[in-house]
Design a protein around this ligand. Sequence first.
Ligand SMILES: *[C@@H]1O[C@H](CO)[C@@H](O)[C@H](O)[C@H]1NC(C)=O
Ligand SMILES: *[C@@H]1O[C@H](CO)[C@@H](O)[C@H](O)[C@H]1NC(C)=O
Ligand SMILES: *[C@@H]1O[C@H](CO)[C@@H](O)[C@H](O)[C@H]1NC(C)=O
Ligand SMILES: *[C@@H]1O[C@H](CO)[C@@H](O)[C@H](O)[C@H]1NC(C)=O
Ligand SMILES: *[C@@H]1O[C@H](CO)[C@@H](O)[C@H](O)[C@H]1NC(C)=O
Length: 404
Amino acid sequence: MKAPTKSIFLTVVILGFVILTIALTFFTDFEYMTLISKSSYGSYKKIQVTAAPPPAGSAAAVPRLAYLIAGSKGQLESLWRTVLAVYHPRNQYVLHIDLDSAVTERMELIQRVEKHPLFSSVGNVHVVKRSNMVTYRGPTMVANTLHACAILLNISKDWDWFINLSAADYPLVSQDDILKMFSKVDRNMNFVEHSSNLGWKEWDRGNPLMIDPGLYSNRKADVFFTTEKRELPSQFKLFTGSAWMGLTREFVEYCILGIDNLPRTLLMYYTNFVSSPEGYFQTVICNSPEFNSTVVNNDLHYISWPDPPQQHPAPILTQQFDVLLASGAPFARKFSSGTRVLDMIDSQLLGRSNGSVTPGGWCAGVPACSRVGNISSLQLTRGFRRIKKKVRILMKERGENMCI
Ligand SMILES: *[C@@H]1O[C@H](CO)[C@@H](O)[C@H](O)[C@H]1NC(C)=O
Ligand SMILES: *[C@@H]1O[C@H](CO)[C@@H](O)[C@H](O)[C@H]1NC(C)=O
Ligand SMILES: *[C@@H]1O[C@H](CO)[C@@H](O)[C@H](O)[C@H]1NC(C)=O
Ligand SMILES: *[C@@H]1O[C@H](CO)[C@@H](O)[C@H](O)[C@H]1NC(C)=O
Ligand SMILES: *[C@@H]1O[C@H](CO)[C@@H](O)[C@H](O)[C@H]1NC(C)=O
Protein backbone atom coordinates (compact mmCIF):
# COMPACT_ATOMS: atom_id res chain seq x y z
CA MET A 1 0.00 0.00 0.00
CA LYS A 2 1.19 3.48 -0.82
CA ALA A 3 1.32 6.01 2.03
CA PRO A 4 -1.75 8.17 1.02
CA THR A 5 -3.90 5.06 0.44
CA LYS A 6 -2.83 3.79 3.82
CA SER A 7 -3.90 6.99 5.62
CA ILE A 8 -7.25 7.06 3.74
CA PHE A 9 -7.78 3.46 4.79
CA LEU A 10 -6.96 4.30 8.42
CA THR A 11 -9.32 7.31 8.37
CA VAL A 12 -12.14 5.12 7.04
CA VAL A 13 -11.52 2.55 9.76
CA ILE A 14 -11.50 5.16 12.51
CA LEU A 15 -14.57 6.91 11.12
CA GLY A 16 -16.38 3.59 10.90
CA PHE A 17 -15.51 2.87 14.47
CA VAL A 18 -16.75 6.26 15.66
CA ILE A 19 -20.03 5.91 13.73
CA LEU A 20 -20.53 2.42 15.12
CA THR A 21 -19.95 3.65 18.67
CA ILE A 22 -22.41 6.50 18.25
CA ALA A 23 -24.95 4.15 16.71
CA LEU A 24 -24.50 1.70 19.55
CA THR A 25 -25.04 4.39 22.16
CA PHE A 26 -28.17 5.46 20.33
CA PHE A 27 -29.74 2.12 19.74
CA THR A 28 -28.79 0.13 22.80
CA ASP A 29 -31.39 0.20 25.48
CA PHE A 30 -31.15 0.07 29.22
CA GLU A 31 -30.60 -3.66 29.16
CA TYR A 32 -27.27 -3.24 27.44
CA MET A 33 -26.29 -0.52 29.90
CA THR A 34 -27.29 -2.81 32.72
CA LEU A 35 -25.13 -5.61 31.39
CA ILE A 36 -22.03 -3.49 31.19
CA SER A 37 -22.59 -1.54 34.37
CA LYS A 38 -20.84 -3.23 37.26
CA SER A 39 -22.82 -1.56 39.98
CA SER A 40 -26.23 -2.70 38.81
CA TYR A 41 -27.63 -6.17 39.30
CA GLY A 42 -30.33 -5.64 36.70
CA SER A 43 -33.19 -3.40 37.60
CA TYR A 44 -36.58 -4.98 37.99
CA LYS A 45 -38.66 -1.94 38.59
CA LYS A 46 -38.10 1.77 38.79
CA ILE A 47 -39.23 3.12 42.15
CA GLN A 48 -40.58 6.63 42.27
CA VAL A 49 -38.42 8.71 44.54
CA THR A 50 -41.33 10.40 46.23
CA ALA A 51 -44.72 8.78 46.39
CA ALA A 52 -46.98 11.28 48.08
CA PRO A 53 -49.38 9.88 50.66
CA PRO A 54 -52.96 9.34 49.42
CA PRO A 55 -55.26 12.36 49.89
CA ALA A 56 -56.72 12.77 53.36
CA GLY A 57 -60.20 11.31 53.62
CA SER A 58 -59.61 8.51 51.08
CA ALA A 59 -59.86 4.94 52.32
CA ALA A 60 -56.08 4.46 52.10
CA ALA A 61 -55.22 7.78 53.77
CA VAL A 62 -54.47 6.06 57.06
CA PRO A 63 -51.76 3.47 56.44
CA ARG A 64 -51.57 -0.03 57.84
CA LEU A 65 -48.54 -1.43 59.61
CA ALA A 66 -47.22 -4.98 59.83
CA TYR A 67 -45.35 -5.87 62.99
CA LEU A 68 -43.01 -8.65 63.98
CA ILE A 69 -42.75 -8.88 67.76
CA ALA A 70 -40.15 -11.43 68.77
CA GLY A 71 -39.10 -12.79 72.12
CA SER A 72 -36.98 -15.56 73.50
CA LYS A 73 -37.11 -17.93 76.45
CA GLY A 74 -38.92 -16.46 79.48
CA GLN A 75 -40.11 -13.31 77.67
CA LEU A 76 -43.78 -14.24 77.27
CA GLU A 77 -45.06 -11.61 79.72
CA SER A 78 -42.98 -8.75 78.25
CA LEU A 79 -43.94 -9.77 74.74
CA TRP A 80 -47.63 -9.84 75.62
CA ARG A 81 -47.44 -6.40 77.19
CA THR A 82 -45.78 -4.97 74.08
CA VAL A 83 -48.45 -6.55 71.87
CA LEU A 84 -51.24 -4.95 73.92
CA ALA A 85 -49.45 -1.59 73.85
CA VAL A 86 -49.01 -1.47 70.04
CA TYR A 87 -52.31 -3.13 69.11
CA HIS A 88 -54.57 -1.52 66.51
CA PRO A 89 -57.22 -3.30 64.43
CA ARG A 90 -55.85 -1.78 61.17
CA ASN A 91 -52.52 -3.54 61.57
CA GLN A 92 -51.16 -7.07 61.27
CA TYR A 93 -49.06 -8.74 63.97
CA VAL A 94 -46.77 -11.74 63.81
CA LEU A 95 -45.54 -13.00 67.18
CA HIS A 96 -42.56 -15.29 67.55
CA ILE A 97 -41.04 -16.97 70.57
CA ASP A 98 -37.81 -18.65 69.73
CA LEU A 99 -37.43 -22.43 69.59
CA ASP A 100 -35.20 -22.44 72.66
CA SER A 101 -38.21 -21.59 74.85
CA ALA A 102 -40.37 -24.18 76.58
CA VAL A 103 -43.20 -25.67 74.53
CA THR A 104 -45.58 -24.63 77.32
CA GLU A 105 -44.52 -21.00 76.92
CA ARG A 106 -45.27 -21.06 73.20
CA MET A 107 -48.56 -22.92 73.79
CA GLU A 108 -49.56 -20.30 76.35
CA LEU A 109 -49.00 -17.52 73.79
CA ILE A 110 -51.08 -19.31 71.16
CA GLN A 111 -53.90 -19.83 73.66
CA ARG A 112 -53.85 -16.25 74.86
CA VAL A 113 -54.25 -15.01 71.30
CA GLU A 114 -57.05 -17.50 70.59
CA LYS A 115 -58.90 -16.68 73.80
CA HIS A 116 -58.52 -12.90 73.51
CA PRO A 117 -62.01 -11.76 72.44
CA LEU A 118 -60.74 -8.78 70.43
CA PHE A 119 -57.78 -10.52 68.77
CA SER A 120 -59.85 -13.52 67.78
CA SER A 121 -62.70 -11.46 66.38
CA VAL A 122 -60.45 -9.16 64.34
CA GLY A 123 -58.06 -11.99 63.42
CA ASN A 124 -54.98 -9.84 62.92
CA VAL A 125 -52.66 -11.37 65.53
CA HIS A 126 -50.76 -14.45 64.38
CA VAL A 127 -48.31 -16.65 66.23
CA VAL A 128 -45.53 -18.42 64.31
CA LYS A 129 -46.29 -22.01 65.28
CA ARG A 130 -43.16 -23.56 63.81
CA SER A 131 -40.66 -21.51 65.78
CA ASN A 132 -37.15 -20.82 64.56
CA MET A 133 -33.93 -21.27 66.46
CA VAL A 134 -32.52 -17.77 66.85
CA THR A 135 -28.96 -17.07 67.93
CA TYR A 136 -28.09 -13.65 69.24
CA ARG A 137 -25.63 -11.94 66.79
CA GLY A 138 -26.18 -14.74 64.24
CA PRO A 139 -27.81 -14.83 60.78
CA THR A 140 -30.71 -16.82 62.22
CA MET A 141 -32.01 -13.46 63.49
CA VAL A 142 -32.21 -12.08 59.95
CA ALA A 143 -33.70 -15.37 58.73
CA ASN A 144 -36.37 -15.07 61.40
CA THR A 145 -37.15 -11.49 60.38
CA LEU A 146 -37.40 -12.51 56.71
CA HIS A 147 -39.66 -15.40 57.71
CA ALA A 148 -42.00 -12.96 59.45
CA CYS A 149 -41.91 -10.68 56.38
CA ALA A 150 -42.91 -13.61 54.16
CA ILE A 151 -45.76 -14.56 56.51
CA LEU A 152 -46.98 -10.96 56.61
CA LEU A 153 -46.91 -10.69 52.80
CA ASN A 154 -49.00 -13.84 52.66
CA ILE A 155 -51.45 -12.89 55.42
CA SER A 156 -52.48 -9.56 54.03
CA LYS A 157 -52.27 -7.68 50.77
CA ASP A 158 -52.68 -4.26 52.25
CA TRP A 159 -50.07 -3.12 54.68
CA ASP A 160 -47.68 -0.29 54.00
CA TRP A 161 -44.73 -0.66 56.40
CA PHE A 162 -43.06 -3.53 58.20
CA ILE A 163 -41.71 -2.80 61.69
CA ASN A 164 -39.75 -5.25 63.83
CA LEU A 165 -39.84 -5.10 67.57
CA SER A 166 -38.66 -7.33 70.36
CA ALA A 167 -40.26 -8.15 73.69
CA ALA A 168 -37.97 -5.54 75.30
CA ASP A 169 -39.29 -2.73 73.05
CA TYR A 170 -42.18 -0.43 73.94
CA PRO A 171 -44.05 2.40 72.20
CA LEU A 172 -43.81 5.97 73.53
CA VAL A 173 -46.99 7.16 71.78
CA SER A 174 -50.32 5.57 70.97
CA GLN A 175 -50.79 3.54 67.82
CA ASP A 176 -53.20 6.22 66.54
CA ASP A 177 -50.34 8.72 66.83
CA ILE A 178 -47.99 6.43 64.93
CA LEU A 179 -50.53 5.80 62.16
CA LYS A 180 -51.15 9.52 61.85
CA MET A 181 -47.39 10.16 61.62
CA PHE A 182 -47.01 7.57 58.86
CA SER A 183 -50.00 9.02 57.02
CA LYS A 184 -47.93 12.17 56.50
CA VAL A 185 -44.85 10.39 55.15
CA ASP A 186 -44.23 9.56 51.48
CA ARG A 187 -45.37 6.01 51.02
CA ASN A 188 -42.05 4.69 49.69
CA MET A 189 -39.75 5.90 52.46
CA ASN A 190 -37.72 3.21 54.25
CA PHE A 191 -36.54 3.94 57.77
CA VAL A 192 -33.12 2.31 57.89
CA GLU A 193 -30.46 3.77 60.13
CA HIS A 194 -27.08 3.28 58.45
CA SER A 195 -23.52 4.40 57.78
CA SER A 196 -20.76 3.18 55.48
CA ASN A 197 -18.17 4.33 57.99
CA LEU A 198 -17.54 0.96 59.60
CA GLY A 199 -14.85 2.19 62.02
CA TRP A 200 -13.98 -0.51 64.55
CA LYS A 201 -16.62 -2.72 63.01
CA GLU A 202 -14.38 -3.22 59.98
CA TRP A 203 -11.97 -5.58 61.79
CA ASP A 204 -14.50 -6.64 64.40
CA ARG A 205 -17.33 -7.49 61.99
CA GLY A 206 -16.16 -7.25 58.36
CA ASN A 207 -13.07 -9.45 58.54
CA PRO A 208 -13.93 -12.35 60.92
CA LEU A 209 -15.76 -15.41 59.61
CA MET A 210 -18.41 -16.71 61.93
CA ILE A 211 -20.63 -19.80 62.08
CA ASP A 212 -24.10 -19.80 63.66
CA PRO A 213 -24.99 -23.25 65.07
CA GLY A 214 -28.62 -22.12 65.13
CA LEU A 215 -28.67 -22.89 61.39
CA TYR A 216 -28.24 -26.64 61.86
CA SER A 217 -28.25 -27.63 65.54
CA ASN A 218 -31.20 -28.50 67.75
CA ARG A 219 -29.43 -27.21 70.80
CA LYS A 220 -28.86 -23.52 71.40
CA ALA A 221 -25.16 -22.62 71.28
CA ASP A 222 -23.28 -19.37 70.78
CA VAL A 223 -21.74 -18.42 67.44
CA PHE A 224 -18.07 -19.42 66.87
CA PHE A 225 -15.28 -18.09 64.67
CA THR A 226 -12.87 -19.57 62.10
CA THR A 227 -9.16 -18.76 62.30
CA GLU A 228 -9.17 -17.60 58.65
CA LYS A 229 -10.32 -14.01 57.97
CA ARG A 230 -11.77 -12.49 54.82
CA GLU A 231 -11.22 -9.21 52.99
CA LEU A 232 -13.87 -6.53 52.80
CA PRO A 233 -16.11 -7.05 49.75
CA SER A 234 -15.39 -5.32 46.44
CA GLN A 235 -18.61 -6.28 44.62
CA PHE A 236 -20.73 -4.17 46.93
CA LYS A 237 -20.24 -1.61 49.66
CA LEU A 238 -20.86 -2.55 53.28
CA PHE A 239 -23.20 -0.49 55.44
CA THR A 240 -23.90 -0.91 59.11
CA GLY A 241 -26.49 0.50 61.48
CA SER A 242 -29.40 -0.34 63.72
CA ALA A 243 -31.21 -3.69 63.80
CA TRP A 244 -34.54 -1.84 64.11
CA MET A 245 -36.32 -0.47 61.06
CA GLY A 246 -39.47 0.47 59.19
CA LEU A 247 -39.51 -1.03 55.68
CA THR A 248 -42.01 -0.38 52.91
CA ARG A 249 -43.97 -3.26 51.51
CA GLU A 250 -42.31 -2.65 48.14
CA PHE A 251 -38.85 -3.07 49.62
CA VAL A 252 -39.91 -6.15 51.60
CA GLU A 253 -41.29 -7.69 48.40
CA TYR A 254 -38.00 -6.91 46.69
CA CYS A 255 -36.12 -8.76 49.47
CA ILE A 256 -38.45 -11.77 49.60
CA LEU A 257 -39.92 -12.15 46.11
CA GLY A 258 -37.74 -9.96 43.91
CA ILE A 259 -36.18 -11.29 40.72
CA ASP A 260 -33.07 -9.23 41.37
CA ASN A 261 -30.48 -11.51 43.00
CA LEU A 262 -28.78 -8.97 45.28
CA PRO A 263 -30.90 -9.66 48.41
CA ARG A 264 -30.11 -13.39 48.14
CA THR A 265 -26.41 -12.92 47.42
CA LEU A 266 -26.08 -10.64 50.42
CA LEU A 267 -28.04 -13.00 52.64
CA MET A 268 -25.43 -15.66 51.87
CA TYR A 269 -22.59 -13.23 52.44
CA TYR A 270 -24.05 -12.24 55.81
CA THR A 271 -24.37 -15.87 56.93
CA ASN A 272 -20.83 -15.61 58.27
CA PHE A 273 -20.99 -12.02 59.47
CA VAL A 274 -21.20 -11.07 63.16
CA SER A 275 -24.40 -9.20 64.03
CA SER A 276 -25.88 -9.42 60.55
CA PRO A 277 -29.16 -7.77 61.68
CA GLU A 278 -27.14 -4.55 61.92
CA GLY A 279 -26.01 -4.71 58.31
CA TYR A 280 -28.12 -6.87 56.05
CA PHE A 281 -30.97 -4.51 55.16
CA GLN A 282 -28.63 -1.50 55.20
CA THR A 283 -26.31 -3.09 52.65
CA VAL A 284 -29.17 -4.35 50.46
CA ILE A 285 -30.97 -1.01 50.29
CA CYS A 286 -27.91 1.16 49.73
CA ASN A 287 -26.56 -1.11 46.98
CA SER A 288 -29.89 -1.22 45.13
CA PRO A 289 -30.20 1.69 42.69
CA GLU A 290 -33.99 1.18 42.71
CA PHE A 291 -34.20 1.86 46.44
CA ASN A 292 -31.13 3.82 47.48
CA SER A 293 -32.97 7.13 47.19
CA THR A 294 -35.82 6.02 49.47
CA VAL A 295 -33.82 5.78 52.70
CA VAL A 296 -34.48 7.81 55.81
CA ASN A 297 -31.46 7.47 58.09
CA ASN A 298 -33.35 6.66 61.29
CA ASP A 299 -34.58 3.56 63.11
CA LEU A 300 -37.73 5.01 64.78
CA HIS A 301 -36.28 4.02 68.17
CA TYR A 302 -34.74 5.60 71.18
CA ILE A 303 -32.01 3.21 72.28
CA SER A 304 -30.04 3.88 75.41
CA TRP A 305 -26.42 2.88 74.74
CA PRO A 306 -23.98 2.72 77.62
CA ASP A 307 -21.00 5.05 77.40
CA PRO A 308 -18.55 3.75 76.14
CA PRO A 309 -20.70 1.68 73.76
CA GLN A 310 -21.04 -2.04 74.39
CA GLN A 311 -22.68 -4.95 72.65
CA HIS A 312 -25.93 -4.57 74.61
CA PRO A 313 -27.99 -1.41 75.11
CA ALA A 314 -28.56 -0.33 78.71
CA PRO A 315 -32.00 -0.88 80.26
CA ILE A 316 -34.02 2.34 80.40
CA LEU A 317 -34.58 3.72 83.91
CA THR A 318 -37.23 6.03 85.37
CA GLN A 319 -34.73 8.91 85.51
CA GLN A 320 -34.58 8.80 81.71
CA PHE A 321 -38.26 9.52 81.23
CA ASP A 322 -37.63 13.09 80.04
CA VAL A 323 -34.93 11.92 77.64
CA LEU A 324 -37.40 9.44 76.20
CA LEU A 325 -39.89 12.20 75.51
CA ALA A 326 -37.27 14.58 74.14
CA SER A 327 -36.10 11.97 71.63
CA GLY A 328 -39.32 12.28 69.60
CA ALA A 329 -39.01 8.57 68.78
CA PRO A 330 -42.15 6.43 68.46
CA PHE A 331 -40.46 3.41 70.12
CA ALA A 332 -37.76 2.79 72.70
CA ARG A 333 -35.66 -0.08 73.99
CA LYS A 334 -34.74 -1.84 76.00
CA PHE A 335 -36.98 -2.18 79.01
CA SER A 336 -36.53 -4.73 81.75
CA SER A 337 -39.61 -6.82 82.38
CA GLY A 338 -42.08 -5.14 84.74
CA THR A 339 -39.98 -1.99 85.21
CA ARG A 340 -41.68 1.09 86.66
CA VAL A 341 -40.87 3.14 83.54
CA LEU A 342 -43.32 0.97 81.62
CA ASP A 343 -46.05 1.78 84.14
CA MET A 344 -45.24 5.49 83.71
CA ILE A 345 -45.47 5.16 79.92
CA ASP A 346 -48.78 3.30 80.22
CA SER A 347 -50.40 5.81 82.52
CA GLN A 348 -48.86 9.09 81.33
CA LEU A 349 -48.40 8.52 77.58
CA LEU A 350 -50.62 5.72 76.34
CA GLY A 351 -53.58 5.91 78.69
CA ARG A 352 -53.40 2.13 78.83
CA SER A 353 -54.69 0.30 81.89
CA ASN A 354 -53.33 -2.96 83.18
CA GLY A 355 -54.10 -5.89 80.89
CA SER A 356 -55.94 -3.91 78.24
CA VAL A 357 -54.96 -2.55 74.82
CA THR A 358 -53.93 1.07 74.20
CA PRO A 359 -57.14 3.05 73.56
CA GLY A 360 -57.70 4.77 70.23
CA GLY A 361 -60.34 6.30 68.00
CA TRP A 362 -61.43 2.81 66.92
CA CYS A 363 -62.55 1.78 70.41
CA ALA A 364 -66.22 0.88 70.96
CA GLY A 365 -68.23 -1.26 73.34
CA VAL A 366 -68.30 -1.71 77.09
CA PRO A 367 -65.78 -2.13 78.62
CA ALA A 368 -63.92 0.34 76.42
CA CYS A 369 -62.16 -1.13 73.36
CA SER A 370 -63.95 -4.47 73.62
CA ARG A 371 -65.40 -3.91 70.14
CA VAL A 372 -64.05 -2.30 66.99
CA GLY A 373 -65.73 0.90 65.86
CA ASN A 374 -64.44 3.09 63.04
CA ILE A 375 -60.86 1.96 62.32
CA SER A 376 -60.10 5.09 60.31
CA SER A 377 -60.91 7.41 63.14
CA LEU A 378 -57.73 8.45 64.93
CA GLN A 379 -57.71 9.98 68.39
CA LEU A 380 -54.38 11.68 68.88
CA THR A 381 -52.58 12.08 72.18
CA ARG A 382 -50.25 14.92 73.13
CA GLY A 383 -47.37 12.66 72.08
CA PHE A 384 -48.27 13.09 68.43
CA ARG A 385 -46.67 16.56 68.38
CA ARG A 386 -43.35 15.09 69.52
CA ILE A 387 -43.10 12.47 66.81
CA LYS A 388 -44.50 14.78 64.12
CA LYS A 389 -41.80 17.32 64.82
CA LYS A 390 -39.10 14.66 64.74
CA VAL A 391 -40.25 13.13 61.48
CA ARG A 392 -40.50 16.55 59.85
CA ILE A 393 -36.84 17.19 60.65
CA LEU A 394 -35.89 13.74 59.39
CA MET A 395 -37.62 14.29 56.07
CA LYS A 396 -36.04 17.69 55.67
CA GLU A 397 -32.52 16.41 56.26
CA ARG A 398 -33.09 13.16 54.43
CA GLY A 399 -31.07 14.00 51.32
CA GLU A 400 -27.86 14.80 53.17
CA ASN A 401 -27.94 11.55 55.15
CA MET A 402 -28.71 9.03 52.45
CA CYS A 403 -26.39 6.03 51.95
CA ILE A 404 -23.44 7.90 53.37
C1 LIG B 1 -50.87 -17.27 51.00
O1 LIG B 1 -50.43 -18.59 50.76
C2 LIG B 1 -51.44 -19.48 50.32
C3 LIG B 1 -50.85 -20.87 50.25
O2 LIG B 1 -49.65 -20.89 49.55
C4 LIG B 1 -51.99 -19.00 48.99
O3 LIG B 1 -53.02 -19.84 48.54
C5 LIG B 1 -52.51 -17.57 49.16
O4 LIG B 1 -52.94 -17.06 47.92
C6 LIG B 1 -51.44 -16.66 49.72
N1 LIG B 1 -51.99 -15.35 49.98
C7 LIG B 1 -51.42 -14.21 49.59
C8 LIG B 1 -52.12 -12.94 49.95
O5 LIG B 1 -50.36 -14.18 48.98
C1 LIG C 1 -35.68 -7.44 64.05
O1 LIG C 1 -36.26 -7.69 65.30
C2 LIG C 1 -35.68 -8.67 66.08
C3 LIG C 1 -36.50 -8.74 67.32
O2 LIG C 1 -36.35 -9.91 67.89
C4 LIG C 1 -34.22 -8.34 66.32
O3 LIG C 1 -33.62 -9.20 67.21
C5 LIG C 1 -33.55 -8.32 64.99
O4 LIG C 1 -32.19 -8.14 65.12
C6 LIG C 1 -34.20 -7.24 64.18
N1 LIG C 1 -33.54 -6.89 62.95
C7 LIG C 1 -33.30 -7.65 61.88
C8 LIG C 1 -32.66 -6.97 60.75
O5 LIG C 1 -33.55 -8.83 61.80
C1 LIG D 1 -27.93 5.13 44.00
O1 LIG D 1 -27.37 4.28 43.03
C2 LIG D 1 -27.02 4.94 41.82
C3 LIG D 1 -26.55 3.88 40.83
O2 LIG D 1 -25.58 3.05 41.39
C4 LIG D 1 -25.94 5.98 42.11
O3 LIG D 1 -25.61 6.67 40.92
C5 LIG D 1 -26.47 6.96 43.14
O4 LIG D 1 -25.47 7.87 43.50
C6 LIG D 1 -26.93 6.22 44.39
N1 LIG D 1 -27.59 7.16 45.28
C7 LIG D 1 -27.28 7.23 46.57
C8 LIG D 1 -28.05 8.20 47.37
O5 LIG D 1 -26.41 6.53 47.06
C1 LIG E 1 -51.57 -5.97 86.55
O1 LIG E 1 -52.06 -7.26 86.28
C2 LIG E 1 -51.21 -8.31 86.67
C3 LIG E 1 -51.81 -9.63 86.22
O2 LIG E 1 -53.09 -9.48 85.74
C4 LIG E 1 -50.98 -8.26 88.18
O3 LIG E 1 -50.08 -9.27 88.56
C5 LIG E 1 -50.40 -6.89 88.55
O4 LIG E 1 -50.28 -6.78 89.94
C6 LIG E 1 -51.30 -5.78 88.04
N1 LIG E 1 -50.66 -4.49 88.29
C7 LIG E 1 -51.32 -3.43 88.73
C8 LIG E 1 -50.50 -2.19 88.93
O5 LIG E 1 -52.50 -3.44 88.98
C1 LIG F 1 -64.62 7.01 60.09
O1 LIG F 1 -63.70 8.02 60.46
C2 LIG F 1 -63.22 8.79 59.37
C3 LIG F 1 -62.15 9.71 59.91
O2 LIG F 1 -62.58 10.41 61.02
C4 LIG F 1 -64.38 9.52 58.72
O3 LIG F 1 -63.91 10.26 57.61
C5 LIG F 1 -65.41 8.51 58.26
O4 LIG F 1 -66.54 9.18 57.75
C6 LIG F 1 -65.83 7.62 59.42
N1 LIG F 1 -66.69 6.56 58.91
C7 LIG F 1 -67.87 6.29 59.45
C8 LIG F 1 -68.62 5.16 58.83
O5 LIG F 1 -68.32 6.92 60.39
